[in-house]
Ligand binder design. Structure first.
Ligand code: ZN
Ligand code: ZN
Length: 347
């Protein structure tokens, strides 16, 4: 099969012939229909600031496709089924995995980093990494459920425990944060505010239902601005990973409010605990990836009409255009949300 292969020390992938894996007893071979290009792929491929565990590696962790072959003990999937492959990998046997909270597993990994991913014609994975994708959801939208949509869903729904009456602020409206805006909009009837440094990202946020936007570039004091515009925030979710954004926002929080930290910035997060966290009795929590609950719930949300991902797909490309997509995402050319690679097209 053809796959996009990343060799050690290289900042471009090469399209190479790679051996296809035959499924073992518990595995399923999936013909990849769509695989989203994520910001972390830019860090992995273009900048080398994230690494593959083994080189050469095949990146790609947001995939959907069709089952083409199953192992003998596979029970929930059959040939021809439409599926989403989870972004995360885990041990499958620890207490967290058994409870369906794989993102707490000690052996947590990511496809495309810790083992070969899906910028390839096929991927062969354990049955437990798969979710059924109904015919009503196209493969491209199904693919991005694996990370771009499920990660903010986990943060907002499970960690942030969003309520209908919550005034919500989303900081950082890139690939994950923009879906944070869309998900928050599906749950809150109150005010939704989006904050970013990039005007195009804020434009996207308005399209996804933000009532107000704050440009960090234009405003001297974003925390003060957020307080004035929101009249108090109940739930704040940070996708930016910048210490100053989080520290600044504390003063805009309502007493008893919740803050969820998702973004991992370029610099380590080191901040003093502001007294306001104590005084206002804020809950500050982290969120990393998602677990077994997210994708099935998201599918229901899409089918109910409360979440529309059609605007999230920027354009479709063959494997040979992956390097170009990485470059355009890196430089934000064309204000992209998700480029989709279709590995079985133009082969
Ligand atoms: Zn990702
Ligand atoms: Zn585990």
């Amino acid at each position: 099969m053809k796959a996009a292969v990343l060799n050690k020390g290289k900042n471009l992938v090469e399209i190479q012939d790679v051996q296809e894996a035959k499924p073992s007893d518990s595995e399923v071979k999936v013909e990849i229909a769509a695989c989203g290009v994520c910001g972390s792929d830019v860090h992995l491929i273009a900048h080398g600031t994230l690494k593959c565990k083994h080189y050469p590696g095949v990146p790609g962790h947001e995939a959907s496709g069709k089952v083409v072959e199953i192992g003998e003990s596979v029970s929930k999937f059959k040939k021809g089924d439409r599926v989403v492959i989870s972004a995360g990998t885990s041990c499958g046997t620890c207490e967290f995995c058994l409870a369906g909270r794989e993102n707490l597993c000690k052996s947590l990994g990511v496809f495309g980093f810790d083992r070969n991913g899906s910028f390839a014609q096929f991927n062969t994975v354990e049955e437990r990494y798969l979710y059924h994708l109904p015919d009503s959801i196209p493969f491209d939208q199904g693919a991005i459920l694996a990370d771009a949509v499920s990660t903010p869903y986990h943060a907002i729904r499970f960690q942030g425990k969003i309520q209908e009456s919550d005034t919500v602020a989303i900081i950082g409206c890139g690939g994950l944060g923009i879906h944070g805006v869309a998900i928050a909009r599906a749950f809150t009837k109150s005010k939704l505010i989006a904050i970013d440094i990039d005007e195009n990202a804020l434009e996207n946020a308005s399209k996804y239902g933000a009532d107000e936007t704050i440009s960090i570039k234009k405003v001297k004091n974003p925390g003060k601005e957020l307080k004035e515009i929101s009249k108090g925030v109940d739930l704040l979710v940070d996708f930016s990973g910048y210490t100053s954004n989080i520290e600044e926002s504390v003063r805009a929080m309502n007493p008893g409010g919740r803050m969820v930290m998702v973004g991992i910035g370029r610099n380590p997060l080191t901040f003093k605990i502001p007294f306001l966290i104590i005084e206002k009795m804020l809950t500050v929590t982290g969120s990393y990836g998602s677990d077994r609950r997210a994708i099935p719930e998201l599918i229901q949300l899409i089918e109910s009409g409360k979440l529309d991902l059609s605007q999230s797909i920027t354009s479709h490309h063959g494997l040979d255009e992956l390097n170009e997509c990485i470059d355009h995402l890196d430089r934000r050319i064309g204000n992209p949300i998700r480029f989709i690679i279709e590995p079985n097209k133009n082969i």
